[in-house]
Design a protein around this ligand. Structure first.
Ligand SMILES: *[C@@H]1O[C@H](CO)[C@@H](O)[C@H](O)[C@H]1NC(C)=O
Ligand SMILES: *[C@@H]1O[C@H](CO)[C@@H](O)[C@H](O)[C@H]1NC(C)=O
Ligand SMILES: *[C@@H]1O[C@H](CO)[C@@H](O)[C@H](O)[C@H]1NC(C)=O
Ligand SMILES: *[C@@H]1O[C@H](CO)[C@@H](O)[C@H](O)[C@H]1NC(C)=O
Ligand SMILES: *[C@@H]1O[C@H](CO)[C@@H](O)[C@H](O)[C@H]1NC(C)=O
Ligand SMILES: *[C@@H]1O[C@H](CO)[C@@H](O)[C@H](O)[C@H]1NC(C)=O
Length: 309
C-alpha cells in the first residue's frame, strides 16, 4: 500500500488565500443543493454526493455505507464566482477524493485515482475563497486507511487529526449546514436556510403577518424514504438519522430532504403527529390532533394497496 505524500496541501492553501475581488458577484442561494455524506467503516471511505439516487443505490443499499447527514450546501451547476469541485475515485483503496485544483486532479490520476461517473467530473461547484458568507470545507487524509475526509466542523477535523488524519487545508468554500459546521443529522440546526424558496401559493395557510416566527437556526432536515418494494408503498419521514439508517436496512430507499422542521415546539409552530399502522405498513402524518386521535381509535385512515409482489 503506497503511503501518499501530500505536497499539494500548501498549494491548496495558496489557492484559498487568493484575495477575493470585493465586488465578486455571489451565486444564487435559491439553487443551493445538499451535499450528503455517508461513511463505510469496512472500506474506510467517506463518500459525498448531491445525487440522492446514487447515494441510495450505490452506497446505502444493503448497509454498505451509513448515512451521516448533510455535509454542506453547494451548487450543481456553475454559478458566478464558483469553480468545480472535482470528484475522483480510487477503486483499489476505495477512496472518494474531492479537489478544486485541476493540477492536483492530474497528479492524483497519476497515483491511481480516476474520474468518477459524475457530470463534468464534479461533485458540485464551490467558491475558491471566502466570499458571500461561504465557510471553509476542511480536508483531511488518513494515509493508513487511505481515506479523504471533508468536514466544515473544526472540532470534528481536530478529532480526526487525533485519530490518524492529516490536515490537508481547505477543499473549497460553501454554505454551512449547521451553526458549528457539523453534518446535520438529528440534533444540529442548519445555519443556512433556503429562505428564498417559496411554497406554492395553494400550500400557504393564511396567517397574520405579525405572527412570531420560529428560529430558523434551529431547523433540522425531515428526511424522506420510500418502501423499496410494493409492500405497503409507504412514505416514511423522520428527523432521526439513526432511525433512517435502520429503515434503509429494510426495504426503504432514501429520497432526500422533504422539508426543514423544528424538533421542539417554537413560536407559531404546531406538532406534526406521526402514526404508524403495522397491519398495512403505513406511516401517517397530520397536524390535526383530532384526526390523529380518530386515526388511533378507528384504525387505518388511509387504506394502502395490499402487497402485489
Ligand atoms: C444519479 O445517480 C443515478 C444512479 O447512480 C444515475 O443513474 C444518474 O445518472 C445520476 N444523475 C446524475 C445527474 O448524475
Ligand atoms: C464488512 O465486511 C465484512 C467482511 O468482509 C462483511 O462480512 C460485512 O457484511 C461487511 N459489512 C457491511 C456493512 O458491508
Ligand atoms: C458541464 O460543463 C459544460 C461546459 O462547461 C456546461 O455547459 C454544463 O452546464 C456543465 N454541466 C454541469 C452539470 O455542470
Ligand atoms: C418486500 O417487503 C416485505 C416487507 O418488508 C418483505 O417481507 C419482502 O421480503 C420484500 N420483498 C422484496 C422482494 O424485497
Ligand atoms: C433515534 O433513533 C434511534 C434508533 O431508532 C433511537 O434509538 C433513538 O432513541 C432515536 N433518538 C431520538 C432522539 O428519538
Ligand atoms: C377537534 O374536536 C373538537 C371536539 O369535537 C372540536 O371542538 C374542535 O373544533 C376540533 N378541532 C379541529 C382542529 O378540528
Amino acid at each position: 500500500m503506497t503511503v501518499l505524500s501530500c505536497p499539494l496541501s500548501s498549494l491548496l492553501l495558496t489557492v484559498a488565500l487568493v484575495l477575493a475581488d470585493p465586488t465578486s458577484s455571489c451565486a444564487d442561494t435559491s439553487s443551493l443543493i445538499t451535499l450528503f455524506r455517508a461513511y463505510s467503516g469496512n472500506a474506510s471511505d467517506h463518500f459525498y454526493t448531491t445525487n440522492v439516487s446514487e447515494l441510495d443505490n450505490d452506497a446505502l443499499l444493503g448497509g454498505t455505507y451509513t448515512f451521516e447527514g448533510e455535509a454542506t450546501f453547494l451548487w450543481s451547476t456553475s454559478q458566478p464566482s464558483t469553480i468545480p469541485l472535482f470528484r475522483l475515485y480510487n477503486q483499489d483503496f476505495v477512496d472518494h477524493f474531492y479537489t478544486m485544483s485541476s493540477d492536483e486532479v492530474l497528479e492524483m490520476i497519476d497515483q491511481g485515482w480516476a474520474y468518477d461517473n459524475t457530470p463534468n467530473h464534479t461533485a458540485g461547484y464551490v467558491y475558491p475563497y471566502s466570499i458571500c458568507g461561504a465557510a471553509p470545507i476542511y480536508r483531511l487524509f488518513n494515509p493508513e486507511s487511505v481515506d479523504h475526509f471533508y468536514t466544515m466542523n473544526i472540532a470534528e477535523s481536530q478529532d480526526a487529526m487525533k485519530d490518524g488524519y492529516q490536515d490537508q487545508g481547505i477543499a473549497g468554500f460553501a454554505m454551512l449546514p449547521s451553526v458549528d459546521g457539523s453534518a446535520v443529522k438529528d440534533s444540529a440546526g442548519p445555519f443556512f436556510l433556503p429562505s428564498t424558496m417559496t411554497a406554492l401559493p395553494e400550500s400557504q395557510e393564511t396567517a397574520t403577518s405579525s405572527s412570531a416566527c420560529a428560529d430558523n437556526a434551529n431547523v433540522v432536515p425531515l428526511l424522506r424514504a420510500y418502501a423499496r418494494n410494493g409492500t405497503g408503498q409507504d412514505h416514511f419521514y423522520t428527523t432521526n438519522s439513526s432511525e433512517m439508517n435502520a429503515a434503509l436496512l429494510t426495504t426503504y430507499s432514501f429520497e432526500g430532504d422533504a422539508a426543514f422542521v423544528w424538533s421542539t415546539q417554537e413560536a407559531s409552530t404546531v406538532p406534526l403527529y406521526r402514526l404508524f399502522n403495522q397491519n398495512v405498513n403505513d406511516h401517517f402524518y397530520t397536524i390535526d390532533a383530532n384526526e390523529s386521535n380518530e386515526a388511533l381509535s378507528s384504525g387505518p385512515r388511509v387504506q394502502v394497496p395490499p402487497d402485489t409482489s
